[in-house]
Design a protein around this ligand. Structure first.
Ligand code: SF4
Length: 375
């Protein structure tokens, strides 16, 4: 990467020509990032640098990784990933699972220096990492820029100080505001992670967090509903009756509202719900809470269900059979788990048969009432 390029310019260079001519990146362009743009080479540094024990967090159980990667093994891992990368997607090294910028400076340099040769040769495009809002300073950002870090994700979780305190976060909402502002002055791509369902939070409170985060204009967000993971302070709170997690339905509804608000604001939501891992799926790891391996699909399925409801409400006459046309990638999401959307719609609207066909020209999550017939 040429040194004079900013991270935003660099990531744009991975886009197709049609997108390069645009002056702003749209929601659709950001979806290009999500689905196509980069091959991520992940390095887990569980709890490294963390100055606090957040009540909900046990990275060992969330990521299945017990100890931080040693910088000496980073180059070999990158080589192996690159050898297996059959596509021409640009590759990015990512440090997740801890508070990277709270690590001692020499340790940060050791990790970054292990990646640098691959960036110099053009085999890797950039580096991304996650950290805490109260561990962002001018000095640390200057270091990260020097080593080609382009994307920084902050564990924001909530913009309510009471919720943050009860969750053991050890920072305030104003730390997030200050961190985002500083990250923007250095032109990093900014991702913010949110967590509905924390102790002391409510549906209204979480929507205020969503509004505050939209006001910060990040490049993307991730939403992870709070879960009770074993061997965490939250497990103790839950077992003693002092904490009750969100139900799955409530979490889906909250995340859906948040997703729609972020998308209307032009902010991409790149993940909803934890990535299923072998460790997470092991019985007893998730003690309670709205965990589902296809959580995002449930959220999108609920959006599609309402879109099909609206179309059916607007249809003329009462017909036996209706056909929707949807984007091919929405097929299973529109049908719902165990055909739940189809069965619900048939019951609610007295329709005997609902067909779903696909069409490439249909927009994502925008089902089109194709035809209604009397059979
Ligand atoms: S949530 Fe982040 S800051 Fe808190 S303990 Fe886990 S990795 Fe550390």
């Amino acid at each position: 990467m040429p040194h004079h390029q900013s991270p935003r310019q660099t990531v744009r260079s991975a886009l197709p020509a049609a997108i390069l001519y645009k002056t702003t990146i749209t929601v659709a362009d950001r979806c290009f990032f999500r689905y196509n743009a980069t091959m991520i080479i992940p390095f887990f540094i569980p709890h490294s640098g963390c100055p606090h024990q957040c009540v909900f967090c046990n990275q060992k159980h969330i990521t299945g990784c017990t100890s931080p990667v040693d910088p000496s093994v980073v180059p070999q891992t990158i080589k192996e990933y690159l050898a297996s990368n059959a596509s021409d997607k640009p590759a990015q090294a990512a440090f997740f699972g801890g508070s990277f910028t709270a690590l001692p400076c020499e340790m940060q340099r050791a990790y970054l220096a292990a990646v640098r040769p691959f960036i110099t040769t053009g085999q890797l495009e950039s580096i991304r990492l996650s950290t805490r809002p109260d561990c962002i300073t001018n000095e640390v950002l200057a270091l990260l820029r020097e080593y080609h870090v382009t994307t920084i994700e902050l564990g924001v979780q909530s913009m309510d100080d009471v919720v943050l305190k009860r969750s053991g976060r050890g920072h305030t909402a104003s730390d997030t505001v200050n961190a985002v502002s500083l990250l923007k002055t250095y032109d990093f791509l900014i991702g913010l992670q949110l967590m509905p369902g924390l102790p002391g939070d409510s549906a209204d409170g979480f929507m205020k967090t969503v509004g505050a985060v939209i006001g910060l204009r990040p490049d993307f967000v991730r939403i992870y509903p709070a879960l009770v993971i074993k061997n965490t302070p939250l497990e103790e709170l839950y077992r003693s009756g002092r904490y009750m997690p969100l139900s799955l339905d409530k979490a889906v509804a909250l995340c859906r509202e948040a997703l729609e608000r972020f998308e209307r604001a032009g902010i991409d939501v790149i993940r909803i719900g934890l990535q299923p891992t072998e460790e997470l799926e092991r019985p007893g790891t998730v003690i309670a809470g709205p965990y589902h391996p296809a959580f995002r699909q449930m959220v999108e399925s609920s959006i599609l269900l309402d879109a099909m409801r609206s179309a059916l409400r607007a249809r003329k006459g009462k017909k036996d059979t209706v056909t929707f046309q949807i984007h091919p990638k929405d097929l299973s999401t529109a049908i719902g788990r165990r055909r739940s959307n189809i069965e619900l719609l048939k019951k609610e609207f007295g329709v005997r048969k609902i067909r779903i066909v696909t069409g490439e020209s249909v927009m994502r999550r925008d089902p089109f009432l194709f035809s209604t017939d009397q059979e």
